[in-house]
Design a protein around this ligand. Structure first.
Ligand SMILES: [Zn+2]
Length: 234
């Protein structure tokens, strides 16, 4: 996967290129799909306001994103992650890169609207799956997550501050990692393909059904039993 970068960021580009290659290969295998034709821009702080994006206004600095505003579509990666990303371990950067890469894989085909927890659960679970394959110290990262931020993944409502956004993403990562432990990684292939086949807006009920079915036998019961998945914190 090509990475474009300012000359002074060559070292960072090498590091990111390693994660991108790992993620690109792993996701292609996990999902049984041809990887999308995409590119990555590693953007220096001073160039952030000129990075390709979907909106006219620049995005907050330090937040990676995927955009289809250029051809080929691009992952835009900042030279340093925002301090909002926490916990900070050796897993933080690769997990973040793989999360955006998973969005890019999913958006390689048309996808209908889904509830926000579902839209973000899919890349979080995919990122955890790549991490497991790559031997990332995922448990250390997970052990530092606050499991009770005062909301659940379904109770989370935007717009939210950066801290709550991160807590929301981390709860989804906990749920994704637990699903991988319980059901293995095959559910990811099923959920991506199910989403590509869905042609009407996915509501709460349908999202729960899709994920429950993708998980496999006992999936839905397991899902509704999870603390992260309740309507309100337990
Ligand atoms: Zn996301």
């Amino acid at each position: 996967m090509p990475v474009l970068y300012a000359p002074r960021l060559a070292g960072k580009a090498r590091e990111l290129s390693g994660y991108l290659t790992q993620g690109y290969r792993a996701l292609g295998r996990i999902l049984s799909v041809d990887p999308p034709g995409i590119i990555a821009y590693l953007v220096a702080d001073e160039d952030w306001s000129r990075a390709p994006r979907d909106n006219t206004r620049p995005y907050p600095p330090g937040l990676p994103y995927f955009t289809r505003s250029v051809e080929p579509p691009a992952l835009v990666l900042p030279e340093e992650l925002s301090t909002a990303f926490r916990p900070r371990t050796t897993a933080t950067l690769p997990l973040t890169v793989w999360h955006e890469l998973a969005h890019a894989f999913l958006l390689g085909r048309e996808v209908v609207r889904t509830p926000v927890w579902f839209r973000e659960f899919v890349p979080q679970a995919a990122s955890a799956a790549v991490g497991r394959r790559a031997g990332l110290p995922l448990d250390e990262y997970l052990s530092r997550i606050d499991r009770d931020p005062g909301f659940t993944v379904r109770g989370f409502r935007g717009p939210a501050g950066a801290g709550d956004q991160m807590s929301f993403q981390n709860l989804l990562l906990v749920l994704g990692a637990a699903a991988l432990d319980e059901f293995g990684e095959d559910f990811l292939r099923r959920i991506f393909h199910a989403l590509w086949e869905e042609d009407e807006i996915v509501d709460e009920e349908r999202a729960e059904e899709l994920l429950g079915e993708a998980l496999g036998q006992g999936g839905r019961e397991w899902l509704v039993s999870r603390p992260e998945f309740q309507e309100e914190p337990l």
